[in-house]
Design a protein around this ligand. Structure first.
Ligand code: LMR
Length: 332
């Protein structure tokens, strides 16, 4: 399916493709920029991609990885891709909200019961179609890379939804996430990922939502004395490239690279949960933060309070897509 989608897109865009680069000009350089640390699911995936390309495609392709917003931050990275200043990105779904509304399905709170449900959804036709949702911007979705389930962290314990009332939470630029916090009486502030730690430390915001790997790798736990294991949403990425660049590569080179991407995608998605479990353990071992685990009834209270957000965004996202996502849960 992955390969057939790529082939279909390639055929569709053949006429508009840029001229093919001459292989004799030296390796084609692919700059892969991202905003997280190397030792996270996405960071590890980027490095594995670089390693496999070095091992198998030396002289043809060279991948340069720029982690931690060192080349571009998340406010500028999409424009950098449009301008071909970078050739690979893996933004979280929330970062696509200014460009396409459908991908906000991934931001809906309590939509996926667990990471396995998300992985099942990503194999469905409805989700495969979403890889093309940036086509009008000349952007091509290559794969889904998972991180993990999001946890709520704050300067105060969050056990009931009303505990969040009046607090300010850092959010990614997604209206769904803003509505999610508004639903529990909280405010939200859109901030780039690179600014989250200092904004929590300086008190610009009192809370955030992140998977364990992002909390640990940015040292957020050191300034968030309480972490509620809410598993209320997912942090998921789309690996994207710029169509024109992608189709400018010789077909054989592109196909080999697509094979490597498929292999890396499987590794990222197989290992993401283990990386998050490891980082959860490290945070708890550090003693910095108190873990708040919710009883099923307590978790249900957050769910009920946040659920109206689905209805508010149904017209933007599409009722069919929401239904398709819901069917991957085992419990409903
Ligand atoms: C965030 O901004 O919180 C995440 O999208 C960062 C990332 O890429 O994991």
């Amino acid at each position: 399916m992955f390969r057939s989608c790529l082939a279909a897109l390639g055929a569709a865009l053949f006429l508009t493709a840029a001229p093919v680069m001459a292989a004799e000009e030296g390796p084609i350089v692919i700059k892969f920029a991202h905003v997280v640390a190397d030792d996270t699911p996405k960071g590890k995936g980027a490095l594995l991609l670089k390693q496999l390309v070095e091992e198998r495609m030396a002289g043809k392709i060279k991948v340069e990885v720029y982690p931690n917003s060192t080349l571009v931050g998340d406010a500028e990275e999409m424009q950098a891709l449009f301008d071909n200043k970078v050739q690979l990105l893996a933004p979280s779904m929330s970062k696509f909200a200014p460009y396409t509304k459908k991908l906000q399905v991934f931001d809906l709170p309590f939509l996926f019961d667990d990471a396995e449900a998300l992985q099942r959804f990503q194999k469905r036709e409805a989700a495969r179609q979403l890889l093309h949702s940036m086509a009008e911007h000349g952007v091509y979705g290559l794969a889904y890379w998972n991180n993990g389930l999001k946890q709520l962290s704050a300067t105060v314990p969050l056990r009931k939804p009303s505990d969040a009332a009046g607090l300010k939470f850092r959010i990614q630029p997604s209206p769904v996430l803003e509505a999610q916090f508004a639903a529990v009486g909280a405010q939200s502030v859109v901030l780039p990922f690179a600014k989250v730690y200092e904004s929590l430390k300086g008190g610009v915001v009192q809370g955030a939502e992140n998977p364990w790997s992002n909390i640990l790798s940015q040292n957020m736990h050191s300034v968030q004395p309480y972490i509620t294991e809410s598993n209320h949403g997912v942090l998921d990425y789309m690996l994207i490239t710029n169509n024109e660049f992608w189709l400018s590569m010789p077909f054989a080179v592109r196909s080999e690279l697509e094979g490597i991407i498929l292999e890396v995608t499987q590794a990222v998605n197989r290992e993401a949960a283990a990386v998050n479990r490891r980082d959860r353990d490290r945070i708890l071992a550090s003693g910095s933060s108190q873990l708040i685990t919710l009883t099923p009834d307590e978790r249900q209270a957050w769910r009920e309070q946040m659920l109206p957000v689905w209805k508010s965004y149904e017209a933007d996202i599409g009722a069919d897509l929401i239904r398709a996502a819901m069917t991957v849960n085992r419990r409903r």
